[in-house]
Design a protein around this ligand. Structure first.
Ligand SMILES: Nc1ncnc2c1ncn2[C@@H]1O[C@H](COP(=O)(O)OP(=O)(O)OP(=O)(O)O)[C@@H](O)[C@H]1O
Length: 365
């Protein structure tokens, strides 16, 4: 049976008459690395604050280890937060920063010293006890903030964009470190980011959010390979997305042609959007291709060329290729049936219905 440490049931948060969380429900299993991913303002930090107890929900149930905590104050929850700006005390040294919460709890000095030593070792900062915060690099400050949170022995560690202030190289290093630390400690991490690559690299499970709702949850591979709609497909990785219509369960029409695809579970005549990832498309000769396009522009991206082509209907196609193409040349695009991913049309029922109606009108007319 899954061991759920956090449970949200139809949790709502309203600011100035606007629901910034719209009856959100989810379960968090103990010991896994979760990421809340979504654009700015979608409600990620609001979820963390509700878990931590910094703000109160306007409706719904929040449970920690099975117990309803809506009315339990933050300092009585076994949850700690690492903030984006680290929130360290600049006038205290590393030891005193990490010991801060423990001193408030009035633990004996020897016990505090031992705990601080242990957590500094975990984040590989042994020997830095007497360093001033101003003498630490961004990545080191980050680790002090994590050590301070871990010193309280939380069941859950909440991390609010903790890597966003770091440069790219350090951020990648810290992604490995955090992931490794989480595995080693076996405690639950809930990590907030708007960086999809970070989410894909680190998480056991991702919740993709938009406008106060969780749009899709799943493993990084599930979400990358099987986005449920245009928003998720666009937000996670780069995609070619075109309108289509299902002809059979494994036959889809788009750009005026029929293509075999994997079993889709869609109904005949269902309006869909078709996703083809840029790395799943190969450039070949017009004769061998499934779709004829003209190469427009290309950019060298280090590991691949990003090639932009247009088909006869004016649809843009992005291809990632290790080989250079010739601008202005007519080429064929080739893809396998299983690389065609079909999604139900639209992000809302209204969009789907409107599309269905316009398609039906077209059929009759
Ligand atoms: N104290 C507040 N008063 C009024 N509105 C608020 C308050 N806190 C947050 N909001 C609003 O709630 C919405 C969700 O905010 P939240 O901080 O959860 O977003 P986020 O997804 O974490 O965004 P970001 O990535 O920019 O941090 C935003 O529209 C924000 O303006």
């Amino acid at each position: 049976m899954p061991n759920n440490i956090i449970h949200f049931h139809e949790v709502r948060k309203v600011y100035d008459d606007v629901a910034v969380l719209k009856d959100v429900s989810f379960e968090i299993e103990q010991g896994k690395f979760y990421t809340l991913l979504g654009p700015s303002g979608c409600g990620k930090t609001t979820i963390l604050r509700l878990i931590a107890g910094f703000i109160e929900a306007d409706a719904g149930d929040i449970r920690l280890e099975g117990k309803r905590v809506n009315d339990i104050p933050a300092n009585q929850r076994k949850v700690n937060t690492v903030f984006q700006d680290y929130a360290l005390f600049p006038h205290l040294n590393v030891f005193d920063n990490v010991a801060f919460g423990l001193s408030l709890k009035k633990l004996p000095k020897s016990q505090i010293a031992e705990k601080v030593r242990n957590v500094l070792k975990m984040v590989q900062l042994s020997g830095f006890e007497s360093r001033e915060i101003s003498e630490m690099s961004g990545g080191q400050k980050q680790r002090v903030a994590i050590a301070r949170a871990l010193a309280n022995e939380p069941e859950v560690l909440l991390l609010d964009e903790p890597l966003s202030a770091l440069d790219l190289k350090l951020r990648t290093d810290m992604q490995y470190e955090l992931r490794e630390l989480q595995k080693r400690l076996g405690i639950t991490f809930i990590f907030v980011t708007h960086d999809q690559e970070e989410a894909l690299a680190m998480s056991d499970e991702i919740f993709v959010m938009n406008k106060g709702e969780i749009i899709q949850s799943g493993t990084p591979v599930d979400i990358y390979d099987e986005p449920i709609n245009r928003f998720v497909a666009d937000f996670i990785g780069e995609s070619n997305i075109v309108d289509g219509i299902m002809l059979e369960d494994n036959l889809v029409e788009f750009v005026g042609k029929k293509f075999e695809c994997a079993d889709s579970g869609m109904r005949t005549n269902e309006p869909v959007e078709v996703v083809l990832r840029p790395e799943d498309i190969q450039i070949t000769s017009v004769a061998k291709g499934k779709l004829k396009v003209t190469v427009d522009t290309q950019l060298f991206r280090g590991v691949h060329y990003e090639i932009i082509c247009f088909d006869a209907d004016g649809n843009e196609w992005m291809i990632h290729s290790t080989r250079k193409a010739k601008e202005g040349e007519e080429v064929g695009l080739f893809f396998e049936p299983e690389d065609i991913h079909v999604m139900r049309f639209g992000e809302t029922e209204e969009e789907f219905d409107a599309r269905l109606e316009s398609y039906d009108d077209g059929q009759e007319g």
